[in-house]
Design a protein around this ligand. Structure first.
Ligand SMILES: Cc1cc2nc3c(=O)[nH]c(=O)nc-3n(C[C@H](O)[C@H](O)[C@H](O)COP(=O)(O)OP(=O)(O)OC[C@H]3O[C@@H](n4cnc5c(N)ncnc54)[C@H](O)[C@@H]3O)c2cc1C
Ligand code: FES
Ligand code: FES
Length: 488
């Protein structure tokens, strides 16, 4: 089966490439096939940001820019997009881009290995905020740079540069020309009959047909999990089926009291939609990986991958979200927690895809808490994750919904603790009983992230934190929470 032609806009021109293997990464394409060394390789697993590039595509005739890790992006995934690396920021006459000027003026680079990645994350921020006349706050800069590591300069001057770039004379891209180029290379819908080794259908019926015809093809969305299987486990896939181009799955709608999120929507866009209704979730969402991973990965990928330490599932379980599975045979909807049958095992048939995630809109009197305990604040995986949704009427708990990660082979619902709370008075005594119940409900394992005893202890501590927040008695920072968890 032949690889399809790969076309993208780079350095202002349309590049056409042939015979690129389906699991060739974008970083390999840049550094090895195009002999372009400006983009660096550090960890090769999405963790350090040295390989960050910016991609743009056309969405409803608007150009949308996002920084992603090229090391875990499949090269074919950028078909029909525009690409920038740090070597394309300066003007043709060599004048440095405001991002570069600011980094230089703020002394924000020493060895410089990380700098191309920082420059690209800042370029993404520049396109999305500065050129939209939105000032860049320190907090926003920190979030935009959450996927970039620097080991010698220190972050203060880099954050200074992020704030300063907006004060410099602006530099705009020629978007009229770019829009024309992107439109001219927009991928057409490929049907399953025209099978090739990297298939990225643009319509749902074609995706389902391809899934039925070639169930052995590796299904991918943002590739932020699968990219690691390729780079670190050296897996090869003869065929890849990429669902991120499917128009129907790129939507976020509100239907029948639910926010319905298509599984081609990025984590970042999905989180933004959920935050509209529940703004308190921002802090929790910003602890999920770093921005380049959230720009590429999807909510559907997180759920389908089914890691017991995946972060979105405990929250979605607490919110009583459901998943819609589709195949040519039809569709079915089930509660999210019912998807899992064991460690990274689920009920999805070989011809099915996870198409939509349905999240109930907030109830007026709901109280929601979501907590992630990890060793690092940013870009780290959970040791324990707990999400609780509670409704209390006249001092009594009328509904309790609890999702937990890091304590079992799958993300789980804490049914016994829910039962221990429901119908009870909302008091410290009842919370103490619920804490004991929660600690005994699961038998977590010890691993490199945390011991079983630590996880058990922290579970109850998080419920106590929820109670304190509910009483308005605690203003515990996330940093303090992590510390408390570590010391527990
Ligand atoms: C540096 C780094 C940091 C990370 N930090 C976190 C973190 O803090 N919290 C966390 O939970 N995760 C984290 N992850 C893991 C990963 O980013 C998430 O699991 C992400 O949501 C995966 O989505 P994806 O679209 O990239 O999935 P992919 O990698 O494309 O796919 C993952 C799996 O899901 C399947 N799949 C994808 N979409 C569908 C679908 N619609 N239907 C059926 N099957 C499907 C694929 O076949 C594959 O088996 C991190 C990853 C990296 C590299
Ligand atoms: S090389 Fe480290 S994130 Fe890609
Ligand atoms: S300048 Fe050396 S790692 Fe950042």
């Amino acid at each position: 089966m032949n690889p399809p032609i790969l076309q993208f806009v780079w350095r202002g021109e349309i590049v056409t490439m042939h015979n690129i293997a389906p699991t060739r990464t974008l970083l390999q394409l840049l550094r090895e096939d195009l002999a372009h060394s400006a983009t660096k390789e550090g960890c090769n697993e999405g963790d350090c940001g040295a390989c960050t590039v910016v991609l743009a595509d056309l969405q409803d005739d608007q150009i949308s820019y996002r920084a992603v890790n090229s090391c875990i992006k499949m090269a074919h995934a950028i078909n029909g997009m525009a690409l920038w690396t740090a070597a394309e920021l300066a003007a043709v006459d060599g004048t440095a881009h405001p991002v570069q000027q600011a980094l230089h003026q703020c002394h924000a680079s020493q060895c410089g290995f990380c700098t191309p990645g920082f420059a690209m994350s800042l370029f993404g921020l520049y396109q999305n905020r500065v050129l939209q006349d939105q000032p860049v706050s320190r907090t926003e800069a920190q979030e935009a740079l959450s996927g970039n590591l620097c080991r010698c300069t220190g972050y203060r001057p880099i954050l200074d540069a992020a704030e300063q770039m907006g004060a410099l004379p602006r530099v705009y891209l020629d978007e009229t020309r770019l829009r024309r180029q992107l439109a001219s290379i927009a991928p057409a819908n490929r049907s399953w009959e025209a099978a090739c080794s990297y298939d990225a259908p643009t319509r749902l019926d074609a995706l389902l047909a391809a899934r039925a015809a070639r169930p052995q093809a590796q299904l991918v969305a943002g590739c932020t999990d699968v990219g690691l299987w390729v780079n670190k486990l050296h897996m090869e896939f003869a065929q890849v089926l990429d669902l991120t181009r499917v128009a129907e799955l790129k939507t976020i709608t509100v239907q029948d009291g639910h926010t319905v999120i298509g599984t081609a929507v990025s984590l970042n866009d999905a989180f933004a939609a959920l935050e509209l209704d529940r703004p308190q979730l921002h802090a929790f969402f910003s602890r999920f990986a770093g921005l380049p991973v959230r720009n590429a990965g999807t909510l559907g990928g997180n759920i389908a991958n089914g890691s017991p330490i995946g972060d979105s599932m405990p929250l979605l379980i607490a919110l009583r979200a459901s998943v819609v599975l589709m195949s040519l045979r039809g569709q079915r909807e089930l509660p999210l927690e019912a998807l899992y049958t064991g460690y990274r095992k689920n009920v999805m048939a070989a011809d099915e895809v996870l198409a939509f995630v349905r999240v109930p809109l907030p109830q007026t009197d709901e109280w929601l808490g979501a907590y992630k305990v990890s060793k690092r604040t940013e870009d780290d995986i959970s040791a324990v994750c707990l999400a609780i949704k509670l409704q209390v009427h006249d001092g009594r708990v009328t509904q309790a919904s609890i999702g937990v990660g890091g304590v079992a082979a799958t993300p789980v619902r804490a049914r016994q603790t829910e039962a221990a709370l429901t119908g009870q008075a909302w008091t410290q005594d009842v919370v103490n009983e619920a804490k004991a119940c929660l600690r005994s409900e699961f038998q977590p394992i010890s691993d490199m992230r945390a011991s079983a005893a630590y996880r058990t202890q922290v579970l109850g501590n998080l419920l106590q934190r929820f109670w304190l927040e509910n009483q308005g008695a605690a203003e515990v920072s996330l940093a303090a929470l992590t510390l408390a968890g570590e010391n527990a």
